[in-house]
Design a protein around this ligand. Structure first.
Ligand SMILES: NC(=O)c1ccc[n+]([C@@H]2O[C@H](COP(=O)([O-])OP(=O)(O)OC[C@H]3O[C@@H](n4cnc5c(N)ncnc54)[C@H](O)[C@@H]3O)[C@@H](O)[C@H]2O)c1
Length: 496
């Protein structure tokens, strides 16, 4: 794939400047698009506070801000525009990158964080409560630098920036082969929005995505679902550029997905519904990293927790942790709160929701909203009342009511502010290391993992902040267990 691209790139590159001169602007020239720039002071105050809780990013700034290893690189981010992300953006800028940013979810932006970033003249396109059209326009804005240039580097969360590029590239290939554009056949609202946007771009410049792809060095992907999408592309031999799997660094998924959700799930549910959790029955669908954190969290509030799983290993873990393991169909009448954490689709169907007991709360903490059949619910005969943004009550024909949080999108970011800064420092340290790796090594397409030694380094920095004392391995002990005194201390296969 890489070879083919490089060969065709040569001819593309010679034509490129001509094509770009001729082309119309792919996006409107805007310095930023946010809710309210007047929120910048609040955002800056919160950034100042949170920086103290993000030692990993601060350490990386100290180490690299002089040498500026990202200087000269155009970098697009598509990741929840929160206070923590503002600190990531400022770290990437400190390391020299030319940054443009959009959120990766219509509800996850903290408007004060976006305002603080806009104030520093960094183009940011994000606000809480975007429509789907606005969301994808923002993603396109983040991907489009001056003169219609694309990014060299991408920070992605869930793979939407990567998807837009690949879909645009595919559409141009189709057009070049068939001399016409394909009909839009999808009946999924979001897919239709994407297809329409890509046709608009195609009209402005039928080579836009072929122009920008050769200059993309790579993407670093934040989350489980985004990595699954990338792995699918590798299997289908369609991945156009290298990707760095940030999610599977131990200091990401074993911390953010687990301990992050352990705190932010309850934060989302409580800010939204103000409900007492103690004594309630909570059904957690999925017992991976996010499910483990979610189940632990609910248990610690005094909830009775029931887990559903398809994987016998995870189901056994849940059972041995003391959780009841059941099928969703069998506990619909028992649950007060239902949480999906699977990264899979159609976990809670309309049929399920109709059978739940009165006043049940339904929410999702997985990356995409299709874990719950929200479309079907909206199209059903249930009456929808918005109690406040991101809290909807549905009344079924028989009078029974259920509540849906954040319209089925990630509840911790839609109804609260996502994970706390400290755990995002571990995640985002990995993001920065991934970007440095891509910029330095310019690897061939494929999916790359963080070397264990760097993973350990990220943990080491954060240990200091928690006043923890690490035991030093002696030389003879190191020899005895067959590792280096300075690490790595575990084999790559070790699962933590
Ligand atoms: N909201 C957040 O802050 C946040 C943070 C990290 C990850 N995520 C997202 O959360 C999701 C889960 O991430 P993870 O790292 O825990 O993934 P994971 O793969 O570790 O866990 C998912 C679990 O769901 C189970 N599962 C799949 N289909 C199921 C079904 N039909 N019924 C019951 N269980 C089923 C799988 O067997 C697996 O154990 C992903 O979409 C990820 O991107 C969200």
């Amino acid at each position: 794939m890489r070879v083919q691209l490089n060969e065709s790139n040569k001819s593309m590159k010679t034509q490129k400047s001509k094509i770009q001169d001729q082309s119309k602007k792919i996006v409107e020239s805007l310095p930023y698009k946010i809710k309210d720039i007047a929120l910048a002071k609040l955002g800056r105050d919160k950034i100042d506070i949170s920086e103290k809780e993000m030692p990993g990013l601060m350490e990386l700034r100290k180490k690299y801000s002089r040498s500026k290893p990202l200087k000269g690189f155009r970098l697009t981010g598509s990741l929840h525009m929160t206070i923590e992300t503002a600190i990531l953006i400022e770290t990437l800028k400190d390391l020299g990158a030319d940054v443009r940013w959009a959120s990766c979810n219509i509800f996850s932006t903290q408007d004060e964080a976006a305002a603080a970033i806009a104030k520093t003249k960094t183009p940011v396109f994000a606000w809480k409560g975007e429509t789907l059209e606005e969301y994808w326009d923002c993603t396109l804005q983040a991907l489009t630098f001056k003169n219609n240039l694309g990014p060299n580097l991408i920070v992605d969360d869930g793979g939407d920036a990567t998807l837009l590029i690949h879909k645009g590239f595919e559409l141009e290939n189709y057009f070049n082969e068939h001399k016409k554009l394909p009909k839009i056949t999808s009946n999924i609202e979001e897919e239709i929005v994407i297809e329409k946007l890509l046709r608009k771009v195609h009209k402005l410049n039928p080579n836009h995505w072929h122009n920008i792809v050769p200059e993309i060095i790579g993407v670093s992907e934040e989350t489980t679902t985004g990595v699954a999408r990338l792995q699918q592309m590798v299997e289908d031999a369609t991945l156009l550029f290298p990707a760095f799997n940030v999610n599977d660094a131990a200091t990401k998924s074993k911390f953010d997905n687990l301990y992050g959700c352990r705190e932010s799930l309850a934060d989302g549910i409580k800010r939204s519904t103000e409900i007492m959790l103690a004594g309630k029955t909570v059904v957690v669908c999925g017992y991976g990293d996010v499910g483990k954190g979610s189940a632990q969290s609910m248990k610690s509030y005094g909830c009775k927790v029931i887990v559903t799983e398809i994987d016998p290993i995870c189901a056994l873990q849940a059972a041995m942790e003391g959780f009841e393991v059941r099928r969703l169909e069998d506990v619909l009448k028992r649950g007060n709160i239902f949480v999906t954490t699977t990264g899979n689709k159609d976990i809670i169907t309309l049929k399920h929701m109709k059978k739940m007991k009165d006043q049940a709360i339904v929410c999702n903490i997985g990356h995409f909203d299709n874990e719950i059949q929200v479309d079907a619910l909206n199209k059903s005969d249930a009456k929808r009342d918005q109690i406040k943004p991101q809290l909807d009550r549905y009344t079924f024909k028989n009078g029974k009511q259920i509540f849906l949080l954040a319209e089925g999108r990630l509840v911790n970011l839609g109804c609260a502010t996502g994970h706390a800064s400290f755990v995002m420092s571990t995640s985002f340290s990995n993001q920065v290391l991934a970007q440095l790796f891509l910029a330095k090594n310019k690897p061939a397409p494929g999916i790359y993992d963080l070397p264990r030694k760097l993973d350990e380094e990220v943990a080491r920095i954060h240990l200091k902040h928690l006043d923890a004392d690490l035991t030093k391995l002696s030389k003879s002990q190191a020899e005895y267990i067959g590792v280096n005194v300075n690490g790595p201390y575990k084999k790559d296969e070790y699962r933590y």
